[in-house]
Design a binder for this molecule. Sequence first.
Ligand SMILES: Cc1cc2nc3c(=O)[nH]c(=O)nc-3n(C[C@H](O)[C@H](O)[C@H](O)COP(=O)(O)O)c2cc1C
Length: 205
Amino acid sequence: MSSLGPRRILILFAHPALERSRVNRRLIHAVHDLEGVTVHDLYEAYPDFEIDVARDQALCEQHDLIVLHHPFYWYSTPALLKEWMDLVLEIGWAYGPGGEALAGKEALSVVTTGGRRESYCVEGGNHFTMREFLVPLEQTARLCGMNYLPPLVLHGTHRIGPLEIEAAAAEYRAALIGLRDRTRPVDPTAPVQLLNPEPHTPADA
Ligand SMILES: Cc1cc2nc3c(=O)[nH]c(=O)nc-3n(C[C@H](O)[C@H](O)[C@H](O)COP(=O)(O)O)c2cc1C
């Protein structure tokens, strides 16, 4: 552990139908009990989209690493996470004159996609890379003075079986422990870090 001490991690978790989730339900369960990790389930807290801005700003201030964890919906976040950003990231708090509440903190996207890994490239069906699709989140973090870490991505959610989901959940837990304890090296040049187990079999592809 570094002399900086452990990172306090806040997970902003957004899944509008967790009862029908195969993957994210398992992922969030794998990390919810970690010491130093706060899970904020946005759809559970705000089913009517009535976000408590002051409460969530205080939550952000109490943490060092803010995780945006969600399934990929139309190449973006579920609506409530976008609403959260629209309301909570206020001028004078998150950015603009006097807006330094998040400066020096870190942001991490954790995203699951139905699309296969191979489909997220210029030759693939989705044409763009994950990192390109996530540019609005990356630049939002930058505008707020945050360091945007290489996203954790799990692809092909409709095709992976229970064993691969378990492996991804274990990898997510290990990644958060490593980030919390500062024992996991962060490679700023890595476009994304896959939660999919390696090696890929043709069934995964
Ligand atoms: C409204 C909606 C939009 C979606 N958009 C995308 C998309 O743009 N790209 C993609 O790869 N998968 C997309 N998917 C698939 C989801 O990402 C996938 O179902 C999810 O990651 C599975 O996680 P879960 O089992 O926790 O629900 C979409 C699914 C829904 C319901």
